[in-house]
Every structure is written in structure tokens, then in C-alpha cells.
Design a protein around this ligand. Structure first.
Ligand code: MG
Length: 299
């Protein structure tokens, strides 16, 4: 049975559980040995064995569970830049040819990552021009450095749905002393609440081909993005291998793998106070986040 590992609030405490495809959340007693998802991921080889042997059918159902971000906090959050062919074209560029290497930027793990139903807080929306980016997120379970491509997927514990919220208005700087300082990735990407993540971590053995997943994103029930991960320029194994040439990948690291076409920027569409953004990946579940203007919520 396909399922995702979740972190939830039961009204008294934060616990680990399992979310079934029908939305039911159960709390198998075997998961109690790990207080947090990071503890579980730090012991991924053992946890994988426990998960495989676990009986879900007998586990107690949890009513009124509030899903939190699956990992609080990830050790690192890496995000791939342009990584879908049609998205490159909608941003007005050509798909890179041979010799292209993926590039990444970082988000702060403690302040950017939010749960599957938490609000996306925005401020100065006119200037910031907040955009959406539906993405497949990879969760690392096995530490590694200079990981060969052919072994890269062995380092992946599982997969989540993510939304890489981006302030387009702050990306290109107006006053540039030299070409090297043209872009401000920090201001555009590192914003508080800019990485909704969830609903849980679907173990890698339930995702036989990460290059055959359908991603969709809706803003207020209007479909904006609908693409297969097949359109990625660099596949998940290439991204993991490439990232590990720069940093040591550790259990609990998250790698967002880039967004397909259908972002708002190319069409002049941006998020506003009151919008509802929903992102779904077939087989992994969905996340739904309300957009709230921080100034309006504190009159
Ligand atoms: Mg992105």
C-alpha cells in the first residue's frame, strides 16, 4: 500500500505517523522510537527495515490530526534553478545543450519551510511580485559526497510535494555595480514561509520512477501548471550527484528539483492576499496553502 510518513499535531503533542492514499492518518507504535522525522532519517537504514515490516492495518487511526511540515527542520534546503525544458522557454531562453550543469540556491531551513496547510505570508506584494513554482522535492536519507549518478537514488529516502515561492520583483537588482552582482537570489528565494512542503515523505520504494510523476498547481482552483517530471533537463539522480560535488549531502536534506512551465511571471500573474494555492503530485498527495498579507493580518 502506498503511504507517506508524516509529522502531525494531535492536539497534545507532535508525533510521527503514516498517511494513507485515502487521507487517513494512523500512528503505528513502531514510529514512537524516533521523536522527530530528522531522528528517523538519521537512522534511515534501520527505519527502512522497520517500515517494510510494519503492519499498517492494525495501527490506530488518528482523528483530527493536523499535518505539520514533514521535516522540522531539514538540515539543508537546496533548490535547483531552471530545470524544465518548457519552463526555460517560457522565461524567454533556450534549452541548454551539452555541457550544462545544474545549479542550486539555498533556502533557510528554519524559516522558509512550512507545512502542507500553513499560510504563505507575503508583504509588499506589488513590489515583490510573488510567484508559484510547483516542484518535486527529494529527501536525502543516506549521507554522501561526490556521489556517482548510478548510485544517487540509493541516497534518497523519499519524495514530497513542494512549492518554491519566489519574489520575482526582487530577483534582478536595479543598481548593479558590475555584471556579477545582477541578481539577488537571497531576496527572491530565501523569504520566510516560501517553501510549503508535504503532505508527507513518500518512501522511495513507492516511487519506482521519479521521472514519471505528474505535477499540477492550481491558484483558486484555476489550473496553472500541469507537467510530467519527464520534462526535467537534469533528472533526480543527476541533481543529487551534482549537488554532492559541492556539499556533503546529509540525512534530512531536501532538494527541490525545479519547476515546470506555467509560472505566473511569463503572463504577469502574481499571488495576492486571499489566494489559495494547491499543488499535487500523483502518488505523493497534495498541499494547500492560503496566501496572507502580513500587513493586512495585523491591522
Ligand atoms: Mg524553483
Amino acid at each position: 500500500m502506498t503511504y507517506a510518513l508524516v509529522t502531525f499535531w494531535d492536539g497534545v503533542e507532535t508525533r510521527l505517523g503514516v498517511r494513507h492514499a485515502n487521507g487517513n492518518i494512523v500512528a503505528p507504535p513502531e514510529l514512537k522510537q524516533w521523536p522527530t522525522m530528522l531522528d528517523l532519517l538519521d537512522n534511515w537504514a534501520q527505519a527502512a527495515g522497520v517500515l517494510s515490516a510494519m503492519s499498517h492495518a492494525a495501527a490506530p487511526l488518528v482523528d483530527d490530526a493536523v499535518l505539520l511540515t514533514p521535516i522540522s527542520w531539514p538540515r539543508k534546503v537546496l533548490c535547483a534553478g531552471v530545470n524544465y525544458r518548457k519552463h526555460v522557454r517560457e522565461m524567454g531562453a533556450e534549452v541548454p545543450g551539452d555541457g550544462w550543469k545544474p545549479f542550486f540556491f539555498l533556502k533557510p531551513p528554519s524559516t522558509s519551510v512550512i507545512g502542507p496547510t500553513d499560510p504563505i505570508m507575503i508583504r509588499n506584494a506589488e513590489a515583490a511580485r510573488y510567484d508559484w513554482e510547483a516542484e518535486l522535492a527529494v529527501v536525502i536519507g543516506v549521507r554522501g559526497r561526490d556521489i556517482p549518478i548510478e548510485r544517487a537514488l540509493e541516497h534518497v529516502a523519499g519524495y514530497c510535494v513542494a512549492n518554491d515561492i519566489t519574489a520575482r520583483g526582487y530577483h534582478r537588482r536595479e543598481i548593479v555595480p558590475a555584471e556579477a552582482f545582477s541578481y539577488d537570489w537571497f531576496a527572491a528565494k530565501a523569504i520566510d514561509t516560501s517553501l510549503p512542503l508535504g503532505p508527507g515523505i513518500t518512501p522511495a520504494w513507492h516511487v519506482p520512477d521519479p521521472q514519471d510523476l505528474r505535477l499540477r498547481l492550481w491558484v483558486n482552483d484555476t489550473l496553472q501548471q500541469d507537467e510530467s517530471t519527464r520534462d526535467m533537463i537534469c533528472a533526480v539522480d543527476q541533481l543529487v550527484a551534482a549537488a554532492s560535488t559541492v556539499v556533503t549531502l546529509e540525512p534530512g536534506d531536501v532538494i527541490a528539483t525545479g519547476t515546470p512551465s506555467g509560472v505566473g511571471a511569463g503572463r504577469g500573474l502574481f499571488l495576492r492576499h486571499g489566494d489559495v494555492v494547491r499543488v499535487a503530485i500523483d502518488g505523493l498527495g497534495e498541499i494547500t496553502n492560503h496566501v496572507i498579507d502580513a500587513e493586512r493580518s495585523h491591522p
